[in-house]
Design a binder for this molecule. Sequence first.
Ligand SMILES: [Zn+2]
Length: 276
Amino acid sequence: MPELPEVETIRRGLLKAMKGQCVSKIIVRRTDLRRPVPRNFIDMVSGKRILNVNRRAKYLLVILESNVVVIVHLGMSGRMVIERGTDPNIPSRKHEHIVFILEGDINVRFSDPRRFGLIEISNSKNLSSHELLKNIGIEPLSKEFNALMLVEQFKKRKRTIKSVLLDQSIVAGLGNIYVCEGLFMAKISPTRITHSLTFKEIEIFVIKIKQLLLDAIRSGGSTLKDHVSATGNMGYFQYKFLVYGREDKPCMICGEAITRINQAGRSTFFCNNCQK
Ligand SMILES: [Zn+2]
């Protein structure tokens, strides 16, 4: 599943290809995604110019003129592939549900084999109150995400730090992988109850998680730098994880075996020796 750095990397690629372009045609081949594609989707989007491509949590927001916003979520397996110079009338490729045909010979193709992704429309004036976006917490790369804010959130709750960080209504877009990695880098055990954390620990966590996300975006940017090519290959990049997926492998700091536990149905990887 794409996490925040992957979605941000995709956003940057889409921005480069789409900004300023006019949508000359939309092909909708399948409407039964996680939510049905709105009936008026083609009418609302066709002929409009793309002003920007933003991101909120793991939602991509394609901002069009006339206050129209296309909200895209990639779900588990969704992709937005940019192609140049291909014939837009070529037969449907497997799992390719929606094609944006832009002037200037660019196509953006939304494919999603498992169909947990979605495409929605909103008016830009009501975007923050849209039902998909209204309960989303603070962006971890924003200034508002800081130790003071987390302390406030943490002291209200008697839950583990892992579960609070994964709660999308508190922090937007942090997934299992980056929470495991961030807690390892900050040397905090994922089983700690939030109100037991010191300000210093929280401060270190904030610095580490921001660093980690920015590094991942940077590495994704280089991996995906040619994703606008005709191959359309936009595979998610492989960041080099320190604990995630490394059960029983030696900790890169102390050499002890990495532990895997189950927290709320998700695997947590951590070093029992380094993380307190
Ligand atoms: Zn260790």
